[in-house]
Design a binder for this molecule. Sequence first.
Ligand code: HEM
Length: 362
Amino acid sequence: MDTAFQFTDYGEKWREHRKIFHQEMNAIGAQRLRPHQSQASQRFLKRLLVNSDSGGASVVEQVREYVLIAGEISVSITYGFQQVSRTQHDAHLSQNAIDPLVQLLSTGGTFLVDVIPILRYLPSWATGASFKRKAKLWNNLRQQMFDATFGEVKTDRSSGIAAPSFTSFCLNNIDPSKDIPKQEEDINHVAGSIYAAAGETVIAVLSTCIHILLNHPEAVKRAQKEMNEVLGFGILPTFDDERVLPFTKSLILEMQRWKSPTPLGLPHVSTDDLTYKEYRIPKGSIVLGNSFVCPGRFVAEASIWVILSSLIAAFNFRRVDETGGPSHSFQTGLLRIPNEFKVRFEPRSEAMRSLISELHEG
Ligand code: HEM
């Protein structure tokens, strides 16, 4: 994963990539991606309604399909692709490339090499060196994904049909007096990092919050009452409504604080002996920072707001079977994702059912 910058060592390349990311994904820049996020949230409501009508929606599967297979959020934000067939193709590539990493992270990094670093020096055909073969496979898949999708945006851009996206914004900023292939390569790699960063994390947040809402109907009712009073019954909230719905906003933030999707953040390793305040951190120490330092937070918060506030405005959450209760189990690993559970998303009125059925298809 040497090109995804969340896995790049601290240094000039990391700083350069972080700068490219921040230029487009800061609090203001992230707002340009809101149309993608609104459309994606509308499609999600429809999907949940259809699945609920046929016996209850399997929440983790639906959220995963929505984020990865339909690829609405990560693909459209990063590359601006709107057409479903193309989006699905790209999201499949994404899933192939990211899945093995997620498996590794979700099992807590079970490769023996993590524990016995000397195994790193085994040739790739040797028994026990499967991590090397897998790493090579992942690299190929990942490269295929990054290059293919990046190339398509460039083609669309030259034909004047590229939709607004992180990649097209960055391509607009290219300085023709400097090394153009190098600038394009940097953009390609940062775009690939977003693809990887914005998938499984969002799945963890959404499925966890839906689990909480299922088990706290009193909080759902209070947020619905606030929306009825401020927006009117049967209205879906927009981004601007976050300011006028303080209870709903606090509820959504509190769920993420209470059941953080990344309780341990991402582990880092110190590359030198360090002193921080009165602490001495020897070279090679594993450092777990707090999980509120994600540079994609402006995009993530907007996605989560529009999806969860719309779900609350649209549905009552009903248990279908024995799954999803207060002591429901969660997967182990770096990301906190619930094991599968079912929910029936019941429209709050017939008018709401019609509204959702008629929502934009994207
Ligand atoms: C709610 C969902 C999300 C959560 C919980 C989350 C959490 C995190 C965490 C804990 C880190 C590691 C920070 C560190 O210790 O270095 C991280 C890094 C990162 N995240 Fe997120 N993230 C989320 C969504 C997103 C989204 C939507 C994007 C892109 C638009 C994104 C882009 C990134 C990038 C690029 C990094 C690497 C930063 C670096 O290495 O400097 N994340 N995220």
